[in-house]
Design a binder for this molecule. Sequence first.
Ligand SMILES: Nc1nc2c(ncn2[C@@H]2O[C@H](COP(=O)(O)OP(=O)(O)OP(=O)(O)O)[C@@H](O)[C@H]2O)c(=O)[nH]1
Ligand SMILES: [Mg+2]
Length: 293
Amino acid sequence: MAAARKKAAETMAQTDVVIEVVDARLPAASANPMVAELRAFRQRPCLKILNKADLADPVATRAWLDWFARETDVLAVALSCKRPSDVARVAGLCRKLAPHRNDGTKPLRMMIMGIPNVGKSTLMNALARRRVAAVGDEPAVTKNQQRLDLGPEMSLTDTPGLLWPKIEHDSDGYMLAASHAVGVNAVAEEEVAAFLATTLMARYPGALAARYRIDEGELDGPGVVEAVARQRGCLRRSRYGTHPDLEKAAIILLTDFRGGALGRLSLETPESRAAMLVAEQQDAEAGDSANLA
Ligand SMILES: Nc1nc2c(ncn2[C@@H]2O[C@H](COP(=O)(O)OP(=O)(O)OP(=O)(O)O)[C@@H](O)[C@H]2O)c(=O)[nH]1
Ligand SMILES: [Mg+2]
């Protein structure tokens, strides 16, 4: 982690525009604070790509774009890096952010950064128009930086996905696991699925009800995972009888969400994020006054 950060900082010095790729379904939770820090140190402008917009709720995405529009030195766009017409916009947007490199002599140097599994290498391949980087639906596919010249006018560096040592909000950790930016082990999978089910029941109860034929709004997160197990016939036997196989059901729910089988859904909006931060602040203050009493 420290070595990858150091390497990223070095490349940043030779970069004109940072292309930060985040997940459109969780644009704040999937933004690595280290990227903002390294950018601020070098004062590099940023094209923030809310990628996988094809999987995200368009209303939430619109709200996020308005929210990011307030940031200075950042231009935010929602794209699907799997769509060539979306990717065709990227070079022009980067040029806008670094007008001093438009004099025809100096190439525009772009660096793609972001957390694991958000589609950085997919973007690299799409811009190169050939397969130069391996891609895969799991974290940590890219192990090393890779630089590529796109003709005499532009160069591009793909980087390995970076996480940061301490994820400040528990819900961010769960969202990152649900989107498969971090690998989860078998036990945690049930917990992540229960978090995902709780979030989706609050925001999109109809999506779960339709796919797994469960009653809208009746169940809590763990209850939904259990209902998925029953509906899909995931059972396991022990000497005490037959039980719902919650691990299998958790994987079904996570896979359906990741692949878009539940529809276009977002895990957070600017409002839900603000509410989460206020609630955490209140909890912290309540903890402080309990300590004083
Ligand atoms: N639906 C959808 N899937 C995408 C999009 N972009 C990338 N993916 C998928 O996301 C997965 C991860 O893509 P990669 O390009 O390997 O992601 P990465 O950010 O390079 O990941 P690391 O190298 O592990 O950090 C792959 O399964 C891609 O096909 C998109 O716009 N929409
Ligand atoms: Mg990659």
